[in-house]
Design a binder for this molecule. Structure first.
Ligand code: ATP
Length: 459
């Protein structure tokens, strides 16, 4: 059975994900993606872009900056409202998010308490009423709850006296709203149309954790879909379905996924409908993807604060209106964690040993083809094949150690095909292809390699 410890160990041993700044004792919950991990991450981003931008007739792309005019965050409500309820344990000095503290306790005890929409005072009362203990020391001696703004603040400018406070963006969406007018004009599009973006976001989370599930630095893949208000609900349904099919098409197990609509109390003040796609991680259900009908809140706010016209015009009546926005927003790392957890498998072999493998979809697999010469004498022949396939796929030649160990390593990083060059290859011009999932082997003529793999890795 999969545990988070097993997954973290596998990621570390196989060059997928390492703890950040390890040489200096680390920096809490920062992670680096190793040679294998970066390929996986790039594949996740490429597949999202392909599905949500490139293949969509009504969507264009954008890459906006991380640093934005500080007024943006006032208009968006992040300066005043983007905060979490922070509570400290007076006894052990540990710090928690009050809502999570209650939710975790209630989940453990099997009791149901709705914390959505509760004020800080309401949360504090509930902690006392249920006599919820500190998860670290077991005591019950908490401070009152304070608002903790999640935005990272820094300064722009060269001299100390002259600096302007500035924020690292906590979401990529605002960069899209700011460019609504310029994109609409330059790309000659009017609603319904969408803008997709992939980029880093930063949140000073109180309790980062669960490996890469919640971190302070992460990447988001966001689509802001501008629509006439009357069509917003239809597009909301469309994007909910599209996000779910994206996951199912990439082989994620249906039973591990659910679509959860927010209750009215849970909805953000700007949203009339929000659904989260959740995944059943080893630590429980967790949000992967949030799809929200954000109404005209964002463009309206930027119109008010900037004084600029962000209206769209109805093509038939020419009437002006402020578009609604439907936003599917997902984190790259959370998605990646889900793909890893879902693909992890342990299989008992006939000889009694256990094979660990990642049954990743071939399009997600970081290394597509492992090339293995049976003996070092065959390395130059294998190298020739590597040179042929490397411009097409991320392939890796491994000629060190026993063939069994090499297969094991490729299984553990989810390589769907291993290609073995043996002593017969020179005579019959064929190589052996081994399938990761079934371990079946076939002989394939060398001149059919490109067409064989083109079929296997077709999007
Ligand atoms: P949560 O309730 O887990 O804090 P959220 O509802 O604040 O998430 P959104 O603001 O809707 O999240 O962000 C959209 C997506 O961005 C999330 O569904 C998630 O995939 C990702 N995301 C948000 N915060 C983080 C984080 N701290 N670390 C990694 N991914 C994140």
């Amino acid at each position: 059975m999969l545990t988070m410890d097993k997954l973290v160990a596998l990621c570390r041993n196989r060059g997928i994900i390492f703890a950040g700044s390890e040489l200096y004792g680390g920096l809490a919950n920062t992670w680096d993606y190793g040679p294998v991990g970066v390929e996986l991450k790039n594949n996740v981003k490429r597949l999202w872009w392909n599905r949500f931008v490139q293949s969509q007739p009504l969507v264009v792309g954008l890459d906006s900056s991380i640093l934005l005019n500080p007024q943006v965050w006032e208009a968006s409500g992040h300066v005043g409202g983007f905060s979490d309820p922070l509570i400290d344990c007076r006894q052990c000095k540990n710090r928690f998010r009050a809502d999570n503290l209650i939710e975790d306790y209630c989940a453990e005890k099997g009791i149901s308490r709705d914390v959505a929409g509760l004020s800080n005072e309401g949360l504090r009362e509930l902690i006392d009423k249920e006599n919820i203990p500190c998860p670290s020391c077991g005591g019950h001696n908490f401070t009152s709850i304070r608002k903790f703004n999640l935005m990272f603040q820094t300064h722009q400018g060269v001299t100390d006296e002259n600096t302007t406070p500035i924020y690292l963006r906590p979401e990529t969406a605002q960069g899209i709203f700011l460019n609504f007018r310029t994109i609409s004009r330059s790309a000659r599009v009017s609603p319904p149309f969408g803008v997709g973006q992939i980029g880093k976001s930063f949140r000073n989370e109180i309790t980062p954790g669960n490996f890469i599930f919640r971190t302070r630095e992460f990447e988001q893949m966001e689509l802001e879909f501008f629509t006439p208000p009357a069509e917003a609900n239809t597009w909301y349904q469309y994007w909910c379905e599209e996000c779910m099919s994206f996951l199912l098409d990439l082989g994620v197990k249906k039973d591990n996924l659910r679509m959860r609509a927010h209750t009215p109390e849970e909805l953000s003040h700007y949203s009339v409908a929000t659904s989260d796609i959740e995944y059943l991680f080893p630590f429980g259900w967790g949000e992967i993807w949030g799809i929200a009908n954000r109404t005209d809140y964002d463009l309206k706010a930027h119109m008010e604060y900037s004084g600029k016209d962000l209206f769209a015009a109805d093509p038939v009546t020419n009437e002006k209106y402020i578009p609604y926005v439907v936003e599917p927003s997902v984190g790259v790392e959370r998605l990646l964690l889900m793909f890893l957890a879902d693909a992890y498998d342990e299989e008992e072999l006939e000889d009694g040993s256990t094979r660990v493998l990642l049954r990743l979809h071939p399009l997600l697999a970081p290394v597509k083809i492992g090339i293995l010469p049976l003996s070092k004498k065959l390395t130059s022949q294998a190298e020739e094949i590597r040179r042929r396939l490397a411009p097409l796929y991320n392939v890796e030649l491994d000629d060190r150690g026993s063939i069994g160990k090499r297969y094991r390593r490729f299984d553990e990083i989810g390589t769907p095909y291993c290609l073995t060059v043996d002593f017969q290859t020179e005579e019959d011009g064929c190589v052996t292809i081994r399938d990761r999932d079934t371990m079946e082997q076939i002989r394939l003529p060398l001149d059919e390699l490109e067409s064989y793999f083109a079929e296997k890795f077709r999007i």
